[in-house]
Every structure is written in structure tokens, then in C-alpha cells.
Design a protein. Sequence first.
Length: 74
Amino acid sequence: MIKVTKLNGRELVVNADLIEFVESTPDTLISLTTGRKIMVLEELDDVVRKAISYRTQARIYPVPTGGTGSVFEG
């Protein structure tokens, strides 16, 4: 998830896995795989940087597959 700012100044958290593409029109437009489009105040490069950082962090933590030995058991 990445935090961005809508044009009205309100913060929004976007699931970075759903980003299909980002374009500068000149405002930054995030298009999601769901078909939704979101205009944000962040520059295109900042959105890309946040998405890459999110994906890098997501790889650090294992995804539990169930069964014994799950990182969430306790």
C-alpha cells in the first residue's frame, strides 16, 4: 500500500499491486487494474518510487501458506 494525496488535499492509500500505469497529464494520473483512475498531487517519479519501495518491503516478509510453522501462529 502506498500513501498519495488527492487533488483536494486528502490522503489516500492505494494498493500498489493494482497499479496498471501512471502518467503525467500534467497532473499525475494513477490507473488501476480495476479501471479506476486517481489524480494525485505527487509527481510521477514519486509514485513510481513509492510503488517500488512497497514491493521491495513486501518481499522481506514471508507470506504464510498455512499448515504448521506459520509466522502468524502463536
